[in-house]
Design a protein around this ligand. Sequence first.
Ligand code: ZN
Length: 181
Amino acid sequence: MYCTKCGSLLTKKFLKMEGMIHFCPSCNEYVFEKTNVAVSMIILNPEETKMLYIKQYGTGKFRLVAGYTNKGESLEHTVYREMGEEIGRYPASIEFNMSKYFEPSNTLIANYICKLTSMEVFPNEEVDEYEWIDLEDAQAKINHAKLAKIFVNEYFNKKIKKWELITFIFCALYDKIRLRV
Ligand SMILES: [Zn+2]
C-alpha cells in the first residue's frame, strides 16, 4: 500500500486505541484505509407484486439498480439520483433494507426498498434491458449475484415478519371480540 498524498511505501506503526495502522514515513502521518460507498435498490411496483431487475454492461445477467455515492452526498440522495439517471423515475417511498460490505470492490453497499407510483420506466443508455419480475420468481432470478441475493432474501424476511405481526394482532383482536359475544 502506498501513500495517496506522496506515493511513498507505507509501513505500519502502533497507534493507541487503534492497533497497528498504516503509516507514511515521509508525511509522518497515519493513513487510515477508506472504503467506497454505494447504494442498491429493490424497486417495487405500486401493488408490491413485482420487482424491477435490469441487465447492464452486456453481461446478460439480472442485477439491481445501483450506484456509487458521490462526495458530499447522503445515501438517500444517491438512491434518488441513481434511480433518476438509470430508470428515469424517482421513488414514492424509500425504506432502508440492509447493508453489506463487498470485498472485491472494497465497497460498503446500502440497500433500500423503493416503491414506484406506476410501472413506467425510462431507462438510460447504461441499461441494456429491464424486466418486472413476479415476486415468486425474484429470488431464483438473482441467484447468480451473491450480494443482490442477500438483499432480496432480506426483503422477503422482512415481509414475512410484517405479515406475522399483522396476523398476530388480528388473531388477538378477534379472540377479544369473540370472547365478549
Ligand atoms: Zn506520504
